[in-house]
Design a protein around this ligand. Structure first.
Ligand code: FES
Ligand code: MG
Length: 575
C-alpha cells in the first residue's frame, strides 16, 4: 500500500500530544471510533438545511446519502451548518446576505479539520454563497444541489414556481382571475420538496454547477424527491474522497474555460440574469477575471434551446426526463460552442461526459437550428444611463420593445413606485419607460428583485402586457419582460440613473447594445449638483458593513475585501 499523504486534518487529529487528545476526545463524544482518526480524508458536508429555507429543508436527508458514499470510500464525513438563505422568506432580500454566508462558509472550512468539502445547496443564493466561500479556501470541493420540486399542478394545469405567481397576479389585477382561485393555487405550486422548478435562479445556478464541472453529471435536473438524487449524492460522497486523495482542488476545475462554458450554457438554458452577478463573484474569488463583456461576447451566438418557463413552456421535471443538461451541452459542443477539454470533478473532461448524451424529447430540449430564441445570451447595454453596463435578457423580453424610445415615468424608490403605480392620475401609457431608482446593491441595500415592476392596472386592463422597465435592481429568475437591470453605477452611488426625471426621453437599443438618456451634459451637470445620496435606513450592524464595502453589479456585488483566494493553510492552535 502506498503511504497516505499527510492531510490538513492530521494537524488536528494526528499525533499523541495534548492538542491531538483534545481534538479527538471531544469528537469522540459523538460515538466515533479510534480508526476514523487514522489520517483518512475528513470530508466537511457544508449544509444549508433550514426550515426557513423551504427549498433546502430536505438537505439533511441528502447529507445522509453523501455520508454513505464518504464512508464507503474510506473517508470520515462531518456535517456542519452554515447560514441558510431562503429566497421566499428572507427580508429585505436574500442577496443582502450572500456575502455574509460566504464568509461563514470560508471561515468554517478554514478553521476546521477538513480536507475536502461537499456543498449542499439549493435555493438561489445558497449556491453562489457556498461556491464563493469555498473558492476562497480552494480545497477539493463538489457542489451537490438539492434538486427541483416536481412540476406544479393546479386544477389540471401545469404551473411553475414564481412564473405563475407573476402571471396569476396580473390576471387578478386585470380582473381575469378570482382572488379565491389565486389563493387556491398556493399548494399546487409547491407540492414536493425541492427548489423552484422553473428555470429561475436556483435551477440556473444548479445548471451552472454542472456546466462548471464542479458538480456531478445530472446535478441540475434530477427532481429533489427522485431516488436518483440520493444516488447522485452517494456517488458525490465517494468521489470527494478520491479528489482529496488525488489532491484535485477547486482551481483545477474553475478555470476560465469552465466559466466560459457556463456562460454559454446559461444562454442555451435561458438562465437567470442573477447568474451574471454570481458567476462574476465566484470567478473573482478563485482568481479568474470574469466581466460583463465576457457575458456579451460569449452569449451573443447562443440560442436558447431549452423550452422551460419563464421563457418557454416546460419545467425542470420535464427537463430531466428529456435528458437534462448533458443533452444541452452535447448540442453546444457539436455547434462548436463548448470548451470540451475543461476538466471536471468527475475525472473526465466535460466533452467526454456529454459526447453521447441522449435527447429524449426534442420539444423540451430543441435542436440547435430550431431554438426557442435565436439570441439566448444576456445582452450587456452601455450608454450614459449605464456607463459600466446594464443587463437585459432578450429571451424574456418582447421583441417589438427591444428597440424603443419613450418618455420616462420615474419612481424614486420602491415605496414611491407602490404609492404611485395605480394612481389613476399617473401620466403613463404603453410607450412610457418605467424607471426605478435606489434599488441597487447600496441603495436598497442588497439589490432587491424588484426590477420587473408590475405594470399599472389601468394599462393591464387595456391589454398591455409588457413595457420597457429600467432599474439598478435585480429581477427574479422566474420573471419576464423587457426589463433592463443592474445599471452600474447605481443611483445611490450617483449613477446617471439618479438624475432621470419624469418626461425625459430614453432609448433602448438591444441590437446596438445601447441605453441612452437624452438630456444634455449641461443639464445633467446641474441636476448632479442638486443631487444628494439617499439616507440609509439603518445605522450600524451588518447592513452598514454591506453598504460600505459592496462592489457594484458589474463586479458581482462581492465585498471588496473578499475578492480573491486566501486558501486553507492550517491556522494557529486555539489552546
Ligand atoms: Fe428557493 Fe426559488 S425560492 S429556489
Ligand atoms: Mg429568486
Amino acid at each position: 500500500m502506498t503511504e497516505r499523504r499527510k492531510l490538513r486534518s492530521a494537524s488536528w487529529f494526528g499525533g499523541a500530544g495534548k492538542n491531538a487528545f483534545m481534538h479527538r476526545s471531544w469528537m469522540k463524544n459523538q460515538g466515533l471510533p479510534d480508526h476514523l482518526f487514522d489520517g483518512r480524508p475528513v470530508i466537511g458536508i457544508c449544509n444549508t438545511w433550514s426550515e426557513l429555507t423551504p427549498c433546502n429543508a430536505h438537505l439533511r436527508g441528502i447529507a445522509e446519502h453523501v455520508k454513505r458514499g464518504v464512508y464507503e470510500a474510506g473517508g470520515m464525513p462531518v456535517e456542519f451548518p452554515v447560514m441558510s438563505l431562503g429566497e421566499s422568506n428572507l427580508r429585505p432580500t436574500a442577496m443582502l446576505f450572500r456575502n455574509l454566508a460566504s464568509m461563514d462558509v470560508e471561515e468554517s472550512i478554514r478553521g476546521n479539520p477538513i480536507d475536502g468539502v461537499i456543498l449542499l445547496v439549493g435555493c438561489d443564493k445558497t449556491t453562489p454563497a457556498l461556491l464563493m466561500g469555498a473558492a476562497s479556501c480552494n480545497l477539493p470541493t463538489i457542489a451537490v444541489s438539492g434538486g427541483p420540486m416536481l412540476n406544479g399542478n393546479f386544477r389540471g394545469q401545469t404551473i411553475g414556481s414564481g412564473t405563475h405567481v407573476w402571471k396569476f397576479y396580473e390576471d387578478v389585477k386585470a380582473g381575469r382571475m378570482p382572488l379565491n382561485d389565486f389563493l387556491a393555487a398556493e399548494q399546487g405550486q409547491s407540492r414536493s420538496a425541492g427548489s423552484c422548478m422553473t428555470m429561475g435562479t436556483a435551477s440556473t445556478m444548479a445548471s451552472m454547477v454542472e456546466a462548471l464541472g464542479i458538480g456531478m453529471p445530472d446535478n441540475a435536473a434530477i427532481p429533489a424527491v427522485d431516488a436518483r438524487r440520493g444516488v447522485l449524492a452517494h456517488l458525490a460522497g465517494r468521489r470527494i474522497v478520491e479528489l482529496v486523495n488525488d489532491n484535485i482542488i477547486m482551481s483545477d476545475i474553475l478555470t476560465r474555460a469552465a466559466f466560459e462554458n457556463a456562460i454559454r450554457v446559461n444562454g442555451a438554458i435561458g438562465g437567470s440574469t442573477n447568474a451574471v452577478l454570481h458567476l462574476i463573484a465566484v470567478a473573482r474569488r478563485i482568481g479568474v477575471d470574469l466581466g460583463l463583456d465576457d457575458w456579451d461576447r460569449l452569449g451573443r451566438d447562443v440560442p436558447t434551446i431549452v423550452d422551460l418557463m419563464p421563457s418557454g413552456r416546460f419545467l425542470m421535471e420535464d427537463f430531466y426526463y428529456a435528458g437534462g443538461l448533458s443533452a444541452v451541452m452535447r448540442t453546444l459542443a457539436e455547434a462548436g460552442l463548448l470548451h470540451r477539454d475543461a476538466q471536471t470533478i468527475f475525472g473526465k473532461t466535460i466533452g467526454e461526459i456529454v459526447k453521447d448524451a441522449p435527447n429524449y424529447n426534442p420539444e423540451v430540449i430543441r435542436p440547435f437550428d430550431k431554438p426557442l430564441t435565436e439570441q439566448g445570451g444576456m445582452a450587456i447595454l452601455r450608454g450614459n444611463l449605464a456607463p459600466n453596463g446594464a443587463v437585459i435578457k432578450p429571451s424574456a423580453a418582447t421583441p417589438a420593445l427591444m428597440q424603443h424610445k419613450g418618455r420616462a415615468v420615474v419612481f424614486e424608490s420602491i415605496e414611491h413606485y407602490h404609492a404611485r403605480i395605480d394612481d389613476p392620475a399617473l401620466d403613463i401609457d404603453a410607450n412610457s419607460v418605467m424607471v426605478l431608482k435606489n434599488c441597487g446593491p447600496r441603495g436598497y441595500p442588497g439589490m432587491a428583485e424588484v426590477g420587473n415592476m408590475p405594470l399599472p392596472a389601468k394599462l393591464l386592463k387595456q391589454g398591455v402586457s409588457d413595457m420597457v422597465r429600467i432599474s439598478d435592481a435585480r429581477m427574479s429568475g422566474t420573471a419576464y419582460g423587457t426589463v433592463v437591470l443592474h445599471t452600474a453605477p447605481e443611483a445611490a452611488s450617483g449613477g446617471t440613473l439618479a438624475l432621470v426625471r419624469d418626461g425625459d426621453l430614453i432609448e433602448l437599443d438591444v441590437a446596438g447594445r445601447r441605453l441612452e438618456l437624452f438630456v444634455d451634459e449641461a443639464e445633467l451637470a446641474e441636476r448632479r449638483k442638486a443631487w444628494t445620496p439617499p439616507e440609509q435606513p439603518q445605522g450600524g450592524g451588518y447592513q452598514s458593513l454591506y453598504v460600505e464595502r459592496v462592489l457594484q453589479a458589474d463586479q458581482g456585488c462581492d465585498f471588496d475585501f473578499l475578492v480573491g483566494r486566501r486558501d486553507a493553510g492550517v491556522p494557529r492552535h486555539s489552546h
